[in-house]
Design a protein. Structure first.
Length: 116
């Protein structure tokens, strides 16, 4: 038996396919390059993927931003502007500004973080 989609169903399928195709998370990231960037920039001094250090784990960061459409933009702003980082004991410090100006390199690292 052949089943046809209603116009509403077809539009829903098209919208979902389009969102998946054009969302930044649909593009592959280079984990090794992300690791190299984060190491070179000194990010692992305060963060780790899943081990608590001075800053939140990258898994905690990913969980905090999961499903938020502005996650990449928010993290890009955080690591490129030196805005305040809040610590568990309540004190705040300026977040270290990432030195590289290569936006693709930074976005790759952010995509890796958000994938955890």
């Amino acid at each position: 038996m052949t089943r046809t989609l209603s116009i509403r169903q077809a539009l829903t399928v098209a919208a979902l396919a389009s969102a998946t195709l054009f969302s930044s998370s649909a593009f592959a990231f280079d984990a090794a390059a992300a690791d190299a960037t984060l190491r070179r920039e000194g990010c692992f001094k305060c963060h780790a993927a899943d081990r608590k250090k001075d800053g939140p784990t990258y898994r905690e960061v990913a969980a905090r931003y999961k499903g938020k459409p502005d996650a990449e933009k928010r993290l890009l702003t955080h690591i490129t502007t030196g805005e305040k980082a809040k610590f568990a004991d309540g004190h705040e410090e300026d977040h270290k500004i990432i030195k590289t100006k290569d936006v693709n390199e930074i976005k790759n690292a952010i995509q890796w973080i958000l994938s955890l």
